[in-house]
Structure formats: C-alpha cells, structure tokens
Design a protein around this ligand. Structure first.
Ligand SMILES: [Zn+2]
Ligand SMILES: [Zn+2]
Length: 250
C-alpha cells in the first residue's frame, strides 16, 4: 500500500497545504480519500493521474473535504485527454447521494457522462468488500453523519479518521493499524471537541495500539506547535507529520 497526501490543511487557504485529500494505492486500485479544495491540481505534482482514480471515499460533506468533487467530475467529462468508460465508485456518509443529486441539478450535463456512471454507496458503521480489499467505516465525532475509513489488504491495515473529536469509535477504527492517519487540527487550548489536538491523537494512538501515526488537517497555528513532542508524551510509536506529495509506504 502507498499513501500520498494531496492536502494536509484545513478550510484556511494555504497553497502549500491545500484542504483535505489523499491518494491510496492498494492492490492495483487507485483510491482518493476526500476531495478538498486544491487537491485535484496537486495530483499533477505526483506520478499519478487523476483519470486513473478508481474509487472515491468521502469522510463528510464539509467543503474542505468535498469541494473538488464536482471539479473532478467536470474534469473527467471535459478533459479532451480523458476517455473514461468505466464507472466511478464513490463511498461516503449518509447524505452523499443527495449531495450528488444536487451537483447534477446545478451543473447538468457538464458533469454527467454517457460513458460512465457515478455509483454512490452510503456508509455509517459499515463493512464492505471492495475487490479483495476489506473496507469498514465508523461514525466519528464531528458531524451527524461523518465517518472514518479502515482499509485491510493482505494483513496490512491503513486507517484514516477524517475530521473527528475523541470517541470510542475512532479508537476502534484505528485498532492495531499499521498506519493510522489522524486529523490534528489545533492545540488542546484552541481545539473544539469535534476535532483532535496532539494530546488527543496521542491518547487514541496509545489506546488503539497502532504502529505508526501520520497527522494531517493542520490549522496554520500548528506550524508553531511541537506536535511530535506532545503526542510522544502518551504514544511511543512512530509519528510523522503528513507532507503533500510524499509517498508513504505501508
Ligand atoms: Zn475539515
Ligand atoms: Zn469537517
């Protein structure tokens, strides 16, 4: 498995970080996890091609996680170099089907192709098989329907929380993961209950007994915070701060 962050920031504009999004290459499938502002253009800085994306997994419908979704559909339809004829599978929280319906109402045939369909599947505390990959989701502590994802393939486990505060579902989601990507929005004194601080990341990583943590969804204030040192007070495993475009092997 390979994990490539495309956006490590939040809703706050920052051309170096973008909003949320990442590629996951797993068993010859190219998966996009979240689709926030800026990530679509950033794919062109990597060795990957946006036209090759097989499936999209959306954690919740906040714009910093979904704003590039209609832009992706528009690009696939109108890029003269795109000859797609296989369906796109999109997985996400309750409400994603309605969201997609609204996109179609607003943008009509400019985002809809005769050559492929967008197949939406909504998830909450769910499990499914995506080819040989086992995917499960847990409801997180953020919006009414927000979810995090867990991907298991050949004994390797990768998890991604999306936006969340601390709850038991998130610990369960990350349980024994080889790599757990966690949001880490702001320091404890600023952060809302519906987001994680470095202290909360350390607590979840310890309780879930993960091998490696990669933190993302960083507000600008995090540039000045010794995140690793704070997480290390509770969690002794490997800690990394997600970098846009870097390839993490799992
Ligand atoms: Zn967010
Ligand atoms: Zn959010």
């Amino acid at each position: 498995m390979k994990y490539i962050p495309l956006g490590t920031g939040s809703c706050v504009p920052d051309y170096r970080k973008n909003s949320s999004g990442a590629l996951l290459e797993i068993n010859r499938k190219l998966i996009l996890i979240d689709c926030g502002t800026g990530i679509l253009h950033t794919i062109t800085k990597t060795d990957y091609d946006y036209k090759d994306i097989d499936a999209i997994f959306i954690t919740h419908l906040h714009l910093d996680h979904i704003n590039d979704f209609p832009a992706l559909l528009f690009a696939l339809k109108n890029d003269p170099a795109c000859h797609r004829n296989r369906d796109i599978q999109a997985f996400g929280p309750t409400g994603l089907k309605e969201y997609y319906k609204k996109i179609k109402e607003l943008h009509g045939e400019t985002v809809v192709s005769e050559n492929y369909k967008v197949e939406i599947q909504e998830m909450s505390n769910s499990e499914l098989e995506y080819g040989p990959i086992k995917v499960s989701s847990q409801k997180t502590y953020h919006t009414k329907n927000s979810i995090g994802f867990r991907f298991e393939n050949d004994g390797t486990v990768f998890t991604s929380t999306g936006d969340t505060g601390y709850n038991e579902n998130v610990v369960e989601l990350c349980r024994q993961a080889n790599t757990a990507v966690m949001e880490c929005s702001a320091p404890q004194e600023y952060v809302k209950k519906t987001h994680l601080s470095p202290r909360r990341v350390g607590k979840i990583a310890l309780e879930a007994n993960v091998s490696r943590v990669i933190v993302n969804h960083l507000y600008p204030v995090m540039d000045k915070i010794p995140m690793k040192e704070i997480i290390k007070k509770r969690y002794q495993g490997k800690i990394e701060i997600a970098k846009v475009g870097k390839i993490y092997t799992i």
